[in-house]
Ligand binder design. Sequence first.
Ligand code: MV4
Length: 448
Amino acid sequence: MLEKVLIANRGEIALRILRACREMGIKTVAVHSTADADAMHVRLADESICIGPPPARDSYLNMTAVLSAATISNADAIHPGYGFLSENADFAEMVEEHGFTFIGPSPDHIRLMGDKIAAKRAMRAVGVPTVPGSDDPVSDADAAAIADEIGYPVLIKATAGGGGKGMKAATSRDELKSALDLARAEAHASFGNSDVYFEKFLATPRHIEVQILADHHGAVVHLGERDCSIQRRYQKLVEEAPSPALNENQRREIGRVSSEAVRALGYRSAGTIEYLYEDGRFYFIEMNTRLQVEHPVTEMICGLDIVREMVRIAGGSSLGFTQDEVRFSGHAIECRINAEHPFTFKPSPGQVETYHAPGGLGVRVDSAIYSGYKIPTYYDSMISKLIVHGNNRNECLMRLRRALAEYVIDGIETTIPLHQRLIAEPAFVNGDYHIRWLETLVQRIGRE
Ligand code: MV4
């Protein structure tokens, strides 16, 4: 069993991992930049080590600094959280070469899923439906013929992509050349690789993802799906589980297909299979080989601790339960609260004056802020996740409305008023939304 875990992250996810470790009797080591000397994860950890100056590339992304901290503190394992080094296959490899356990999947699986065409091919080979498309890098010479075959509108995606960078739609042959040039330029600038592939463009799909856990001994379970369609510029704002769009048959099918694929690929640890869902059909787009921001909605409906399972799996333990023993109960919604103006999204760093988090039955707050905390400008603007559980979606919404009203964060602007507005919208109340819906709501608010 692991005795000491170094947490290579900051903010709420560092606390989340620290709490899981503490419950398991595992010692924790926090790392931090000089900007985070007063951060909550540093205060709560058993030990802490400063790994560099404020910019992430000089601290949280500095692999040598993180590995040195693990050596100095005599940690057994490293949990990367999300973001930063969490999906860096070279880092996972270095961690293991230095004799530490990487709390996550194998470097090979991280690498495979980082290459979007390779991931898509691998998934299709194990029976997962994918969006119709080229499945190979497209050359300038073949572009028009391939687009004609797929049929417009066509979406051009970067092979090395993810998160929407280097993605461009073309609605006709006239637009293809300029969209292709733009996509290649953006892909080159973002990833140093201008390879792109084509897919049929789905106009208003939902974004539905399936949470998986797999151990070193061949056991795989899925923990159901999350609907993450409420997003703006590829940043999710609200996630819920289960998806209001799926019926029980579709739910069983997407879960079964996802677990079988993960079993066939020999994947281990926690992972998420992302799909687009439109007109009753789902299509694989990407697999995330990390713990995700929105994992709590899944925990709330199945009563499991995903971080604890990741740590147990990394330590070599078997999953202690089977698919039949996973029991789903009720509904959960997460609101990501950012230090931003609620309607213009302008960042609002600064000092938190009064802080009072909501509580009571079915309310969970994952946050690392406190009264008097000064939010650094260097990192992500997400300062809290409010997660609410109810016996059904309606009860969950009533409780969420109550919890948002109770939440006090003074001294900075936050996105709480946007969440209050959003959950009052009839389309949201009815579960009738897709990946473009929030953008239209924001435009509507802008005109008011
Ligand atoms: C798509 C798509 C429509 N059609 N692929 C965005 C980032 C990357 N993860 C995949 N993405 C999309 N791929 C086809 N063939 C629309 C998106 C997309 C999206 C997907 C999931 C969540 C939010 C999104 C927002 C805009 C576009």
